[in-house]
Design a protein around this ligand. Structure first.
Ligand SMILES: Nc1ncnc2c1ncn2[C@@H]1O[C@H](COP(=O)(O)OP(=O)(O)OP(=O)(O)O)[C@@H](O)[C@H]1O
Ligand SMILES: [Mg+2]
Length: 279
């Protein structure tokens, strides 16, 4: 049985007329790293909320179908029962900051304190998590004094420190430079290797191709395509439906039309492009 199991999920926010999610069937295995891609307004964040239990428990609205994580059915549980299983890093890291704490260290410790984790366990866990995401040097800074990319690292760390079974990340590298982005993908990959299940909304196709196990392409609240990163990210359907495309894919697609790309599959990463053009 899949660790995450969405069956025929449809959802409408209280004030919207049309469904924002429709016919969503999604299974994710334990320890799998699944990336979600899609144009603006496709419903990616809404899907994250559904996985995190905020839809329907917090946002209300109309939901049908079933959402199960770790064998628990969302409609039959409260948000309190759901929270220990799933950690969500919001699209805007600013929304994640509690506003109650003066330092990054305290901010990251906040969730553990709320959960009544013993004092002597908190420090080592926070330090370990900060080391993982390489923010030990920010420990004494005010969460509000940070750059967007640093705030995203803090937001990710404050989720990781809780050790959720399902990690849901909504564009966690949107404000990061390439080095930060690579590090975050690396950390997330490692968490998945250690058994954490990961669902990550991202636009950075090259990194997805390198690190994710599977890709779901979402459009107008429905799953348009699903498969291996290479299969999905090089599909003509993505290009035709307003998805972001790796520059290497679009270049090779053009080259193919002119007879300059001879491989059967298109590249997503620079390495794949170099190999393909080299032959
Ligand atoms: N709280 C809300 N109430 C009503 N409609 C909403 C709400 N939040 C989002 N929507 C609508 O739901 C649709 C999907 O939004 P969502 O934020 O899930 O898309 P997204 O794929 O995450 O987009 P983006 O790439 O901009 O982050 C949009 O049309 C949006 O206007
Ligand atoms: Mg979004």
């Amino acid at each position: 049985m899949a660790f995450v199991n969405l069956q025929n999920v449809a959802y409408k926010y209280p004030l919207t007329k049309t469904p924002i999610l429709q016919n969503i069937n999604l299974q994710v295995n334990e320890g799998e790293f699944v990336a979600i891609v899609g144009p603006n307004g496709a419903g990616k964040s809404t899907l994250c909320y559904a996985l995190a239990g905020f839809v329907p428990h917090f946002f209300k609205g109309e939901i049908s179908g079933s959402i199960e994580v770790a064998g628990i059915d969302s409609s039959k549980s409260t948000l309190d029962e759901w929270v220990p299983n799933v950690g969500l890093a919001f699209q805007n890291p600013f929304n994640q900051i509690s506003g109650a704490k003066y330092t990054v260290f305290e901010e990251i410790a906040f969730g553990l304190e709320n959960n009544g984790v013993p004092r002597e366990e908190i420090r080592p866990r926070v330090e370990e998590a900060m080391k993982l995401t390489d923010i030990s040097n920010l420990a004494d800074r005010s969460p509000y004094s940070l750059s967007g990319g640093q705030q995203q690292r803090v937001a990710l760390t404050s989720i990781l420190v809780m050790r959720p079974k399902l990690l849901v990340l909504d564009e966690p590298t949107s404000q990061m430079d390439p080095i930060g982005t690579r590090e975050v993908f690396g950390v997330v990959r490692r968490m998945a290797e250690d058994g954490m299940t990961v669902v990550m909304v991202e636009h950075k196709m090259e990194w997805i191709a390198e690190f994710a196990d599977r890709v779901i392409a979402l459009k107008d609240g429905q799953i348009l395509l699903e498969g291996s990163p290479s299969e999905v990210l090089t599909s003509d359907l993505l290009a035709e439906n307003g998805f972001g495309i790796s520059r290497y894919t679009s270049t090779a697609r053009e080259a193919k039309k002119r007879g300059l790309w001879n491989k059967s599959t298109l590249p997503v990463t620079l390495d794949e492009a170099v190999v393909g053009f080299g032959n």
